[in-house]
Write a protein that binds this ligand. Structure first.
Ligand code: ADP
Length: 377
């Protein structure tokens, strides 16, 4: 069977077909001569390389390659001419192309060898594989993010086990303290009275340590959602104590401006505390970048029946590149960030029938605010 342009077409038809072929091919087609000068450069190449044909025709193909391939290309052609060694001819492989604007892109290049009126020519077909490369590198990113998530998950399990282990010695300390207090309860020697006071303080601190551990376990353990009528201020206060671990070393001034008269809210306390934890940790991290480090947390009731909690920092404000996509997953400017904190916060708040927002402060910094429907709204 005859194919292509041998026959049955006439010369004029052949020429027209040839034009259609090179103008409509999605892949780039380039023909070079034996020394590497470009003889044909189709429409798709204009899109890929940014040059118009006049800028390329008659010039050496290496102008479309980035260094160091550009410098090596003459050598390849010479080596093939003298030794017949094929690096790419008849085979094809992935290489880099260089656009007129200096940017490079990955492409699959296959090269065929032919003859044109006794002259040796090479025909290159260029397939742009930028998309495939982007998808591959995105996949790699997602994989490393998943590895991070599973590491966090392991840490959660370890924290849970550790909390369990620590509970026993804490209970024992508490029992010893109570027994010691009972032993000296009838004595009124001033030294014993002082010792009793100190034991009281020790018992208080032990209770506090137990509370922190209980809260930590609540946070890391997997559990079903539990909705109850909760006091927003108390819920926030509890979460803040965890979230501000290390904040005093960072010289951050925290102001609590709570409206104590707000009505209870139907919520999953642990989930809302996770939101608070995220917002406060983000603020603490943002404040590391500035010298005036203030965080103001406010609660109140809006006229529309929503209870709000706002977290206002004097940090550098939202970076432009994230501002419009803030609540989308995997948006981060932090080297070790995962960019999922705010997206999780938003779905938790929305799941409670509420809203999460971020607004720039007039005097710099950012205010995050969540609103939840109050019980009697
Ligand atoms: P991560 O903290 O892992 O980056 P988040 O979803 O919590 O993920 O935050 C996304 C991005 O939003 C952060 O990387 C940061 O650039 C920005 N951001 C969040 N909170 C603040 C804030 N209080 N001030 C400035 N930028 C913030």
């Amino acid at each position: 069977m005859k194919t292509g342009m041998d026959a049955p077409f006439k010369d004029a038809e052949n020429a027209a077909l040839f034009q259609v072929l090179i103008n409509t091919a999605v892949d780039g087609i380039i023909v070079i001569d034996a020394v590497g000068n470009v003889r044909l450069y189709n429409k798709a190449c204009e899109r890929l390389f940014g040059y118009v044909p006049e800028e390329v025709l008659g010039r050496n193909i290496k102008m479309l390659m980035p260094s160091p391939y550009r410098e090596q290309h003459d050598g390849y052609i010479d080596a093939y001419r003298t030794t017949g060694e094929r690096k790419i001819i008849g085979i094809g492989r992935e290489v880099l192309g260089q656009n007129k604007d200096g940017s490079t892109f990955p492409m699959y290049l296959s090269v065929g060898e032919g003859r044109l009126e006794n002259e040796r020519i090479f025909v290159g077909i260029i397939h742009d594989i930028t998309e495939r490369h982007n998808a591959a590198s995105r996949l790699q990113e997602v994989q490393s993010e998943l590895a991070h998530v599973s590491r966090l998950n392991e840490m959660g399990q370890m924290t849970s086990a550790l909390a369990h282990e620590l509970n026993q010695p804490l209970t024992a300390i508490m029992n010893y303290l109570r027994a010691a207090q009972r032993t000296v309860t009838a004595l009124d020697d001033p030294a014993v009275v002082r010792a009793r006071e100190m034991m009281d303080k020790a018992a208080g601190q032990t209770t506090r340590a137990g509370e922190i551990i209980r809260r930590l376990r609540d946070f890391v353990e997997k559990r079903d959602a539990r909705h109850a009528h909760e006091d927003v201020n108390k819920t926030i206060e509890e979460a803040i104590s965890l979230a501000l671990v290390g904040a005093s070393d960072a010289n951050i001034g925290v102001t609590l401006n709570f409206d104590r008269s707000i009505p209870p809210v139907l919520m999953d306390r642990i989930q809302i505390q996770q939101v608070v934890l995220n917002l406060v940790r983000n603020a603490v991290e943002a404040l590391q970048e500035v010298s005036v480090r203030e965080l103001t947390i406010k609660t109140g009731l809006e006229e529309n029946g929503y209870v709000y909690a706002s977290f206002s920092d004097t940090g550098p404000g939202l970076p432009d590149e994230v501002a419009s996509r803030l609540f989308q997953p995997f948006v981060t400017t932090k080297e070790k960030g995962m960019g999922i904190g705010l997206s999780i916060c938003q779905s938790i708040v929305n799941g409670h029938g509420g809203l999460l927002s971020a607004t720039p402060n007039e005097s710099g910094g950012t205010t995050f605010c969540f609103r939840l429907p109050a019980m009697d709204a």
